[in-house]
Design a protein around this ligand. Sequence first.
Ligand SMILES: Cc1ncc(COP(=O)(O)O)c(C=O)c1O
Length: 426
Amino acid sequence: MKRRHLLLGGAAAAAGVAWWKKPVDRGAPYDEHFRALNAELKAHGSMQPTLLIDLDRLDRNIDRVATTLRDAGKAWRIVEKSLPSQKLIDYIARRANTKRLMSFHRPFLNHDAEFFPDFDVLMGKPLPVRAAQAFYAQLKPGGFDPTRQLQWLIDTPQRLSEYLQLAQGLGTKLRVNIEIDVGLHRGGVGDNATLGALLDSIAANPRQLEFAGFMGYDAHVGMGVPSILGSSRELLDKAMAIYAGFVDFARGRYAPLWHENLTLNAGGSPSYSLHPFEKISNDISTGTALLKPSHYDLDSLRAHEPAAWIATPVLKKTGPIRLPALDDKSRILSWWDPNQRETFFIYGGWWRADYESPQGLQFNDLFGHSANQEIVNASPATGLEVGDHIFLRPQICESVLLEFGDLAILRGGKIVDRWPVFGAEA
Ligand SMILES: Cc1ncc(COP(=O)(O)O)c(C=O)c1O
């Protein structure tokens, strides 16, 4: 073959490959669910970025967790940081018939004490001792009694000695739950020598310290590690073998501290549905699974339904993408990609969230982000107009739920209430 033919053949092949890579039109209008929601929001919404909670879906998710844990004989501890609203937590606690919370943030802990005066609260992370001190300083007189209802989380002998001093200074007793490392490797006690040092100190100071149990968080069990490292069941078995080792050590060597009412906490949304397979824990934390943001599209949560969305109005519709400086030369971009043939600017944006509806919405890297008026490109097939809403699915719950003011509560696809979220200060 002649050299010229070879070159032509090569160019044709390259063009073929490039054409094969040309984006297809991914746009489609709202499905019936989001079409109706858009109509509801246009009639009764606030026409600003809004966090929606669908109570019908939430109910089914609550029932899934409640039934699973009840059948396994384990208590459910609601993760407050993932559902940071008094009314939301209250709604879940009543339906699930639980009065246990896990808290992660000092101001929220003071809210918990005020709003849920008859709950048991376990800390999900070890707070700096001065934050613990601030909790007591801010505690409003009322029903909540920290000496009976609050479990501080302790991870090291150093922190325990700081908390001991706090207890001495306050003239009170602190309940101590010990964080153990069951394989996640996010800190916590990793060996019996350290655990022994902690339990020695608790046993030596009965007027200031009381042993309340263990907390062994195991997100790695359901979050998925490369399958070569083990199945979820294998990882659960490994984690609970470590847990059992600490339980045996404490029960065997510190029998006077051991009793039936200790909190042996485990879990997290990724792993809660696996805990019926073990008999060591008695208290399982779960929060995010109730709203199932997109980072929780996990095998272990396949039965759960997304129950939270961000809705925000389209402010502007400006046609095919036009980039600053490129101006009309931008046309090549919308010629190449049908999903850039329409451009919208929305109210707010740049959230930790993924576009959900209508179908085929995409961010434009070349234009860049804005938290004020984010750009969204799409195909004309979406049928979106100014005043319609774009729906996004949060990637996680904590922090995202706090960004929109009151939660808009849906029942039967209608806004039926607005529930305030926790404030940053107590
Ligand atoms: C100690 C602990 N337990 C449980 C959870 C699970 O929370 P969720 O169910 O909201 O994922 C977390 C999440 O960070 C955690 O840190």
